[in-house]
Design a protein around this ligand. Structure first.
Ligand SMILES: NC(=O)c1ccc[n+]([C@@H]2O[C@H](COP(=O)([O-])OP(=O)(O)OC[C@H]3O[C@@H](n4cnc5c(N)ncnc54)[C@H](O)[C@@H]3O)[C@@H](O)[C@H]2O)c1
Length: 429
């Protein structure tokens, strides 16, 4: 497969290094594209194989020339979220398939454009829902599929982002809804996709509340950060702020973002307490699925720890799954949790609760990324996927609809019926 990657920021490395280091006998990166020449050069240096002429690079304005000259089979899209649809559609029209980072896109207008282009061209887009591939999450799918707790009736799902990871969404492009759809789309697309996949159903009604309760100027004052600047690099109180992002002190951040700033003014370390942030940090939703299952969902982004807690109620018992990824943030440093930080308890009616052995995987996102990359780049070398983990435009679409409906519900104060919302926009999934 001839692969072109668009968007050479932090996430593209996973795809780039995987092809270069693990799958170069099967695939080749033929081109890289970014709006920032500095990041483009760094990516090209890292992707170039010894003894070759290197990888062709194109600035964003030359994407069509990239397609014409390099004729990729597949385009990997790893740009900020609001740009996904444009590159997906242009790749489709040029006869390419697409591997797209989550979320597929951020709003109904762009979703409809992607779906129309897919129908018109017949091309494929795979949305890389790496969380589905983490062994612990796959085990939950297997338990539910096996009927271990009978029919699932209700779910309680809480996701906690800590004060380093969670804060990061308030520093840069994610912090405006027009770029990311807010965390209910940008982040929760993973969580709502897991729910859709685990439950084998789709969301119908959503009622949500959300607000920015923590990352606010008032909180900075409360924390004694009254004289704060607009970004960490020139902030007078940075050294006493637990939320400081010291780009000069981190080789990766310095080379990838700090040294690239002059070209596009992309500041990676803007103050998380700025007044003009447009996304929520505290969100709750109640969701009713087509299967009748109901779910309560909570996402916070300033938690003292990071991880998830989920309980599935079923007609025969319940499953409680907990994963502590980071057990605390101390002075801006994250303390990662140890090996037994993932637990799954099965409690059947009339029996004592049982702690199950939870499979662990090596690699990022709880061992999810290497498994997913295997299925993307070497599907023949993997076991047939009986869990249906690969996801296309349909799964990608459903995964953002809960968040889009939740955003609408927050705005209007009313519940949103997704079929009605889709009909009004002429969207069929
Ligand atoms: N699945 C996951 O776990 C996961 C994790 C991180 C990020 N992501 C996703 O990956 C994508 C990229 O995130 P990131 O953290 O790497 O962001 P980033 O800001 O580090 O990188 C984005 C890159 O896109 C480039 N870009 C901006 N405008 C462009 C344009 N018009 N054309 C081409 N390139 C352009 C930027 O210069 C930058 O190099 C996002 O969609 C994000 O949601 C997914």
């Amino acid at each position: 497969m001839k692969i072109a990657i668009v968007g050479c920021g932090s996430r593209h490395k996973m795809f780039r290094d995987s092809v270069v280091e693990d799958y170069s006998d099967k695939h080749e990166i033929v081109a890289l594209c970014d709006s920032n020449g500095h990041r483009l050069r760094l990516a090209a240096e890292a992707a170039s194989q010894p003894g070759t002429n290197g990888v062709a690079t194109y600035l964003a304005g030359d994407f069509d020339r990239l397609i014409a000259e390099q004729k990729p089979d597949t385009v990997v899209v790893a740009t900020p979220d609001f740009l996904h649809s444009d590159y997906i559609i242009r790749a489709f029209e040029a006869g390419c398939d697409v591997i797209c980072e989550k979320p597929l896109t951020i709003d109904l207008t762009r979703l409809k454009m992607i779906l129309d282009a897919q129908a018109r061209t017949g091309r494929k887009v795979m949305v890389t829902f790496n969380y589905r591939y983490s062994p612990a999450r796959t085990q939950i799918k297997e338990l539910i599929m096996s009927g271990a707790i009978g029919t699932v009736t209700a779910v309680d799902f809480r996701w906690h982002l800590d004060r380093v990871h969670g804060a990061d969404y308030f520093r840069r492009w994610h912090r405006q809804k027009e770029n990311s759809g807010g965390l209910l789309v940008h982040k929760s697309t993973h969580h709502f996709d897991l729910l859709n996949w685990w439950l084998g159903s789709v969301p119908v009604d959503v009622f949500a509340s959300g607000r920015r309760a923590f990352y606010r100027p008032e909180m900075a004052v409360e924390l004694g950060l009254g004289g704060r600047g607009t970004r960490c690099a020139d902030c007078a109180v940075a050294s006493s702020c637990d939320f400081e992002l010291n780009m000069d002190g981190d080789e990766n951040l310095r080379s990838l973002y700090r040294e690239a700033e002059d070209e596009d003014g992309y500041y990676r370390d803007r103050c998380v307490f700025d007044a003009d942030i447009g996304i929520e940090d505290t969100m709750q939703a109640h969701i009713r699925y087509a299967s009748g299952v109901t779910a309560n969902y909570t996402l916070t982004s300033y938690s003292p720890w990071e991880g998830l807690e989920i309980k599935f109620q079923g007609t025969k018992g319940d499953i409680t799954h907990r994963h502590v990824e980071v057990h605390g943030v101390f002075g801006g440093e994250r303390a990662h949790a140890g090996g037994d930080a993932v637990t799954t308890e099965l409690h059947l009616a009339g029996e004592h609760p049982r702690m199950l052995d939870v499979p662990h995987g090596e690699g990022h996102h709880g061992g999810a990324d290497p498994v997913m990359l295997g299925y993307i780049f070497d599907p023949e070398g993997m076991e047939p996927d009986r869990f249906g983990r690969a996801s296309d435009h349909v799964a990608g679409g459903w995964s953002i609809l809960t968040g889009i409906a939740a955003n609408m519900s927050i705005e209007t104060g009313s519940a949103v019926n997704i079929p009605t919302m889709l009909r009004a926009r002429g969207i069929k999934l």
